[in-house]
Ligand binder design. Structure first.
Ligand code: RRO
Length: 301
């Protein structure tokens, strides 16, 4: 059984979160073969950028902290990747970031011409003062980025939001009004900090970083719940989803699709198939379908 999402056919509800496995066709194809219905590329920026110094990702057990630092070859230096991805047999989201509304627009217009199935604009990365989250914590700047990008692209537009927004439902509504076709929530939480008490040193070279994995799931569920209440466009829900039961929970909050990031590290690349199988087992034991449970947490008692 397949599903429809913004006019495209997907084999299931699973989405690879941006930034987890890079941009090579080989790895993205493997993710799709391992049960992922829709794969997202690592965010593409306006100029070549190395990212932060190592260590950039630390596993904390209950989740991870990262300050990868938005590394990107820059949108003009990805001809090999685009050539490879041109002939693909899986649906693709290209993610873009910028340091100004104009930069988001220029990068998105260029990327749109490479024919990804969707474009996701990342206004939620916590690991740079100038890029990402600075746009997504404010209603006006979120709306400015969305309307500028919407003008120049010809594929559906997804906006990736930050849990740091004071009212994420309000930001989502602003994005919907500006032309967003879907919302993806959440990016990592924070920045946070973890200090190694033996050396008295922050564990990340960049000191601060975004939090992901099981410890942030309740924040993700609350954010998706708030967004579902505020908008009428579909939501890709993610943040700590590791098991089929986690997926059920975020769908009950209102997600149409379910993203997986950190759990690729915890359960392996076939986590997408595992979560799908677990979700389907849970549903069939209760004679329910996904549509029966979507947004179910919103019903009045
Ligand atoms: O590269 C990163 O440091 C990064 C990005 Br662009 C993002 O959107 N979220 C995140 O946790 N890390």
């Amino acid at each position: 059984m397949t599903i429809q999402f913004l006019g495209k056919t997907l084999k299931n509800h699973m989405v690879l979160a941006s930034g987890v496995l890079g941009n090579s066709k080989e790895i993205l194809e493997r993710v799709h073969e391992n049960g992922c219905g829709l794969v997202t590329m690592k965010s593409i920026g306006p100029a070549p950028r190395d990212g932060h110094k190592n260590p950039t990702v630390i596993d904390l057990g209950q989740g991870m902290i990262n300050a990868v630092g938005l590394p990107s070859p820059g949108y003009l230096n990805m001809e090999n990747e685009w050539q490879d991805l041109d002939e693909r047999d899986f649906p693709l989201i290209a993610s873009v970031y910028g340091g100004s509304v104009k930069e988001y627009q220029v990068v998105a217009e260029f990327v749109s011409a490479k024919k990804p199935d969707f474009i996701e604009i990342n206004i939620s990365c916590p690991n740079s003062e100038k890029h990402g989250m600075i746009f997504g914590i404010n209603r006006q700047s979120s709306q400015d980025v969305v309307s500028a990008v919407k003008e120049v692209i010809n594929v559906p537009l997804i906006v990736k939001l930050t849990p740091q927004a004071p009212d994420i439902g309000d930001i989502a509504k602003a994005c919907e009004d500006a032309g967003a076709d879907a919302i993806c929530a959440i990016n990592t939480v924070g920045p946070g900090m973890v200090i190694d008490i033996e050396s008295a040193m922050p564990v990340l070279a960049f000191k601060k970083g975004g939090l992901s994995g099981p410890m942030i799931k309740p924040i993700a569920v609350r954010c998706v719940f708030d967004i579902y209440k505020a908008v009428n466009i579909p939501i890709i829900g993610l943040g700590g989803i590791t098991t089929g039961e986690d997926a059920i929970e975020i769908i009950m909050a209102g997600a149409s699709l379910v993203g997986i990031g950190s759990a690729v590290r915890y359960r392996g690349i076939d986590v997408f198939q595992k979560v799908t199988d677990e979700m389907n087992a849970w549903l069939s034991n209760r004679n329910l379908s996904i549509e029966d449970i979507k947004g179910a947490a919103h019903k009045e008692k």
